[in-house]
Design a protein around this ligand. Structure first.
Ligand SMILES: *Cc1c(COP(=O)(O)O)cnc(C)c1O
Length: 826
């Protein structure tokens, strides 16, 4: 049963809600809690979840417009929505959880529940790798382990599954009992206990006891009994003795670990189980991986897997890719590389990431055979084909014999190849142009070879951009804003060097209110890449005015000349005469760069009042020293002047508009001047001049390269052009492929700059060349090909700026376009 979902009426009963509107025969298969992940209106029920920071009810109108009709709400929306159906409940999150719990109750297959501080996702993925040859497994997508993530995971259970693996994570007391009700595991794994979320618990012990609330009723609980706290809490928990499966070095452990040999490429773990000596090898040598692997081993043993099968599968465990990467590809394509796994669940996740990308109209998926054992192969490939069409995939390339067998199931433009080899033989780069390409294949298909063909050839220097960190920083600044204050994100100058539409796209997805660019062409580029947020253009030029009107970009008007340019463009550009042109008025309150001064306001208002099609959307000014306490008096003077000037404008124009004066540094330091919007720039990219604030931010950009060649030189020999640097002893020199043409300033030559090589600082030797730089790596254990960090998390850009006697802004924006940007998201 349940392949077909539940009738809406039944869902109303399951959630205890009241139905409004005619449900007809509507059957629900998909649950949606994040309106941004909306893909198809059919068979989808939206839960309007209310959190302290967000209220799902505000997205109902938007979803209704897109065709969605079924909503679970705690209050009915105001304007009537014909043919929409509402399930009204007192608490939508609770309703979602009840629904998932009722769904779960209809299955009697084994369910593994995993909790603990670390390792949950990796253990879940590894168990999937180890057991999926025999079992059809449903598991939490990514690390969906929260109060919302768990019900969504459990909802994926279908009658075809014969094993479920779900993770559960909590951050506060009282949460686990809800998750227990939904997952109701029959088998438990307690990974370990660490210090995350300590602030919400009175002690480690309280946290451990709280986490154990996932396990009442399990027939088996796997844990490490070397940890005295975990052991003690479990022994007192009331769980039956015979259900406990502990492992550890202690003598009483059920699976007793007798030795671990660690080598560079892997480790061997020996143990005794039921009186027998056993051993496994895993291709990892870090402590966390060893612990995770032993948890999996215990499960394999309890499932009755023999030593040979267990050992051979353990050896083949693969790293769990915790992040999805997107890179610039050939012919203007973007390539999302997920070449590690191939199964419907992880495909759905990767497709979601693809759907978030708006830059290309065409979505292409290259997919290998699924490596999931399934008794119903056709059913499995039907699910895949359905997923691809739901997510709007236009072009599909299937690789592998099973794909060939099921080619008829796919409805989009398609082609099939029996093997990776045959695809590569027939590869024509011209067949891919301006597309977003998702590459997803099981390990044995070696899709990294396809990846190489699709990637833009470029040298090894890359700028890594962490989109999660960007979003973290965005959200951090949101917490500093008064309710209702809007946020404009500055994406001028190629988003401070970190990319254009990729960054804007992430900001749009995470609902920034406004974007700002410097020039019209930057704005046009964003529009062409599908960015629909309002965009302010700060330096409108005469040549760009018409393009701005055409692409609905909003110019900053800073003097009478720029206003005249706009009026002229409005005349010659054939906008419908009734359409409104939105502008932003810049006031000069002390920067003395661009902007109207107080004495000009009277004339300005007269002109604006005579141009009824123009509407002032916002009025703003810029602070000259918001980060510098020594200038606070001047900053306050600017703020007061701004306040006074905007009041005057409002009176004369007869309507209100947005007001904004704060840049990054101003947001925290002058909260009283937030007005109705703030403009977040450099700090969005993880940089603050205030050391306390810096601690709250995450590093967004890292510039990395790798060693091309290593050589040893003798005392007295010199390095580089003009013999500017002389070795005073026997010296090891590494050459790296980055130079001033990449934006690495020549000012960093001859020891001024230092880079990070395998955890050690290596000074620059000699002058920086156009495309190359030499480092003194004497005493550092390094080989050709090793990574070199120019700046990043461990080597903050601020230090580099200091060495160069400049500011981080200059370093970031100087990184040339030839350095490939790689975006990733966890
Ligand atoms: C660049 C810029 C900002 C952002 O400044 P940050 O210091 O990077 O936050 C704000 N307003 C204007 C007008 C700008 O030009």
């Amino acid at each position: 049963m349940l392949q077909q979902g539940y009738p809406l009426e039944v869902i109303a009963q399951m959630t205890g809600g009241k139905l409004t509107g005619d449900p007809g025969n509507t059957v629900i298969e998909e649950l949606l809690t994040d309106s941004r992940k909306f893909t198809s209106p059919e068979r989808t029920l939206f839960f309007a979840i209310v959190t302290p920071r967000n209220d799902g009810h505000q997205y109902i109108g938007e979803l209704y417009k897109k065709g969605l009709r079924c909503f679970c709400v705690s209050r009915l929306p105001e304007p009537s929505m014909p043919d929409a159906v509402f399930i009204q409940v007192s608490d939508t999150l609770e309703a979602l959880q009840k629904l998932a719990a009722a769904h779960r109750a209809s299955f009697s297959v084994p369910v593994i529940g995993i909790t603990g501080s670390n390792g949950k996702t990796i253990i879940k993925e590894w168990l999937w790798q180890l057991i999926s040859p025999e079992k059809t497994i449903v598991r939490s997508p990514k690390s969906y382990n929260s109060q919302i993530g768990v019900p969504l995971s459990v909802w994926q259970m279908k009658s075809l599954h014969n094993l479920a693996i779900f993770e559960a994570g909590i951050s506060q007391p009282g949460e686990m009992k809800h998750l227990h009700r939904i997952i109701r595991p029959t088998i438990g794994i307690f990974t370990n206990i660490g210090h995350a979320h300590d602030q919400y618990f009175s002690s480690q012990k309280q946290k451990t006891i709280e986490k154990l609330k996932l396990f009442p009723g399990v027939g088996l609980l796997v844990f490490n009994s070397d940890n005295p706290l975990i052991s003690e809490c479990i022994n007192k928990s009331g769980l039956k003795k015979e259900s406990l499966f502990d492992w550890g070095r202690n003598e009483h452990a059920w699976l007793r670990i007798t030795g671990i040999q660690i080598e560079k490429t892997g480790s061997t773990i020996n143990g005794i189980f039921s009186g027998k000596n056993l051993s496994i090898e895993i291709p990892f040598s870090d402590e966390a991986s060893i612990e995770n692997a032993i948890h999996c081993w215990a499960i394999m043993l309890s499932f009755g897997y023999g030593p040979d099968v267990t050992a051979s599968r353990m050896k083949k465990l693969t790293r769990v890719a915790m992040r999805l990467e997107m890179k610039e590809g050939i012919n203007g394509c973007s390539v999302i590389d997920d070449a590690y796994s191939s199964d419907p669940d992880s495909l759905a996740i990767a497709l979601d990431f693809m759907v978030q990308q708006n830059q290309h109209h065409k979505r292409t998926v290259i997919l290998s055979d699924m490596m999931q054992g399934s008794p119903d192969e056709t059913g499995l490939y039907k699910v895949i084909a359905g997923l691809l069409s739901d997510k709007g995939v236009n072009k599909f390339i299937g690789i592998g014999p099973a794909m060939m067998r099921h080619r008829e199931l796919f409805s989009m433009e398609k082609s099939f190849y029996p093997s990776t080899e045959s695809f590569i033989t027939g590869f024509k780069s011209m067949a891919f142009r301006n597309e977003t390409i998702l590459l997803k294949g099981a390990r044995i298909f070696e899709f990294e070879r396809i990846n190489q063909l699709l990637q833009q050839k470029s040298h090894e220097t890359i700028l890594e951009v962490n989109l999660n960190a960007l979003v973290h920083n965005l959200n951090y600044y949101r917490t500093l804003l008064k309710p209702g204050t809007k946020l404009m994100a500055m994406v001028k100058a190629f988003s401070y060097g970190s990319g254009s539409f990729e960054i804007a796209n992430a900001l749009q997805f995470h609902r920034a209110d406004y974007l700002a660019v410097a020039y019209a062409d930057e704005g046009v580029e964003l529009r062409k890449a599908g960015i629909s947020l309002p965009v302010m253009v700060m330096n409108p030029e005469e040549s760009g005015m018409e393009a701005m009107l055409q692409y609905s970009l909003e110019p900053e008007i800073y003097n009478f000349r720029s206003l005249q340019m706009l009026l002229k463009a409005m005349e010659s550009f054939g906008n419908p005469p009734e359409s409104e042109i939105l502008i932003h008025i810049k006031l000069d309150t002390g920067m003395h760069r661009l902007g109207f001064e107080e004495y000009e306001l009277e004339n300005l208002c007269t002109m604006l009042n005579n141009s009824p099609r123009i509407r002032v959307q916002s009025v703003f000014s810029h602070l000259v020293g918001s980060d510098d306490p020594g200038m606070d008096a001047f900053t306050r003077h600017q703020i007061a002047l701004f306040s006074q000037m905007t009041d005057k404008l409002e009176k004369r124009l007869g309507y209100d508009f947005l007001r904004h004066i704060l840049n990054s540094a101003g947001i925290a330091r002058f909260p009283e001047a937030q007005f109705s919007m703030v403009r977040l720039g450099i700090s969005l990219y993880g940089i603050s001049t205030d050391p306390e604030e810096q601690k709250m931010l995450e590093t967004v950009t890292s510039l990395k390269t790798s060693i091309s060649q290593i050589k040893t030189i003798q005392p007295g020999e010199t390095v580089g052009y003009s013999r500017a640097w002389t070795a005073d002893k026997k010296t090891t020199i590494a050459t790296i492929p980055i130079g001033y043409a990449d934006g690495l300033s020549r000012r960093l030559g001859n020891g001024k700059g230092k880079m990070l090589v395998n955890g050690h600082m290596a000074p620059v030797a000699g002058n920086i060349c156009m495309d190359m730089t030499m480092l003194d790596i004497t005493g550092i254990d390094a080989s050709e090909g090793d990574e070199v960090t120019v700046f990043g998390e461990e080597l903050p850009i601020a230090g580099l700026a200091k060495a160069m006697d400049t500011i981080p802004y200059e370093i970031l924006t100087a990184i040339s376009r030839r350095v490939k940007r790689v975006y990733f998201q966890e």
